[in-house]
Design a binder for this molecule. Structure first.
Ligand code: TYM
Length: 334
């Protein structure tokens, strides 16, 4: 039976990139009736320093965003990672399976560590091995993510394969990344060659799920574009990263293909297209923001939901972890 796992770091407010590349698709998968497990990965978040009170706040805000976007905590399992100890335990075992060389090739690590890799946490280096544990602790086989997680998921496959080979078992399944739709890589509104990111120093570069309608409209109005009108076909967007990004965002929000968007707006100036995009963005995002704000008024209720989710997650992960320990040769006598 197929099972989906995915996670989002509570390391900042969620962006339109997280929404279109991940959250919106998490809801679609849930609504297709597949078993879905979604996690706020707080253990991953602390690979870079997080203020404790903010981490708590951002974890709750992340949970509120999931629910406001349409995740039903009865149908999906929704929890924060640190409440299920199997993640950290299996993560350690995977640290002993994964090779230093594999980790050194991770582009996200190289980007985040920059030139000063001597001074980043060991956890940041081991990050993808914990991510593999997140998925494989549930024997999940399908993982909806944005394009930037592709390499991490390839590493997850490598870990599963090496574990199976080393212990001569057929235990961990092969994981399939689900990277689908028009917005697998939403770009910065200021620079069409950079990913939209919660860690970009410029708030103008992104739309946050907490932005109000005026802010969203203002950011789209000011988004960088070129002076040309929209082309007749997608081909015409090839060397126009900013224009292409806005078309992709429109397509993902409207549930259209980029081809259909270009066909509808062929020849239109950005002076026409941007207000339409702003209107659509507000229409799609404002109800989520409003619901998030409502949910955030009752933090105890959010914590209760995360706790119940964690119990259900634990019930799936513990037996799998017990089997792993048996395979590896660890005594379990209590
Ligand atoms: P994170 O928290 O950086 O991002 C969460 C999800 O949002 C997607 N995403 C984007 N999609 C499109 N355009 C963008 N600009 C954009 N920015 C972010 C990400 O691809 C991701 O799907 N390592 C993960 C969290 C994680 C995880 C896991 C994911 C931990 N364990 C297990 C899947 C399975 C991360 O840092 O995501």
């Amino acid at each position: 039976k197929p099972r989906i796992f995915s996670g989002i770091q509570p390391s900042g407010g969620l962006t339109l990139g997280n929404y279109l590349g991940a959250l919106k698709r998490f809801v679609e998968k849930q609504d297709e009736g597949i078993e879905t497990i979604y996690c706020l990965v707080d253990l991953h978040a602390i690979t870079v320093w997080q203020d404790p009170e903010r981490l708590r706040q951002q974890t709750r805000e992340g949970a509120a965003a999931f629910i406001a976007a349409g995740i039903d905590p009865k149908r999906s399992i929704l929890f924060n990672q640190s409440q299920v100890t199997a993640h950290a335990e299996l993560g350690w075992i995977f640290n002993c399976i994964a090779r230093m060389g594999w980790m050194s090739r991770m582009t996200q690590f190289k980007d985040k560590a920059g030139k000063n890799s001597e001074n980043v946490s060991l956890g940041l280096f081991a990050y993808p091995s914990l991510m593999a544990a997140d998925i494989l602790a549930y024997h999940a086989t399908m993982v909806p993510v944005g394009d930037d997680q592709k390499q991490h998921l390839e590493l997850c496959r490598d870990i599963a394969i090496k574990f199976n080979n080393d212990y001569k078992v057929d235990f961990f399944p092969v994981v399939e990344p689900l990277i689908e739709g028009a917005a697998t890589r939403v770009m910065s509104l200021r620079d069409g060659t950079k990913k939209m990111s919660k860690s970009d120093p410029s708030d103008q570069s992104r739309i946050n799920l907490t932005d109000d309608a005026d802010m969203i409209a203002q950011k789209i109005r000011k988004a960088k574009t070129d002076p040309e009108p929209l082309p007749e076909t997608l081909e015409g967007l090839k060397d126009r990263p900013e224009a292409k990004n806005l078309v992709n965002i429109y397509a993902a929000l409207a549930g259209m293909t980029p081809e259909a968007v270009v066909a509808e707006y062929a020849g239109a100036q950005f002076g026409t297209f941007k207000p339409k995009l702003a209107e659509l963005s507000v229409a799609k995002l404002s109800p989520i923001t409003t619901e998030m704000n409502r949910l955030m008024k009752d933090p105890a209720e959010i914590d209760r939901i995360l706790g119940q989710g964690a119990e259900r997650a634990d019930a799936i992960a513990q037996p799998i972890l017990a089997q792993v320990k048996d395979i590896v040769g660890m005594i379990r006598s209590r």
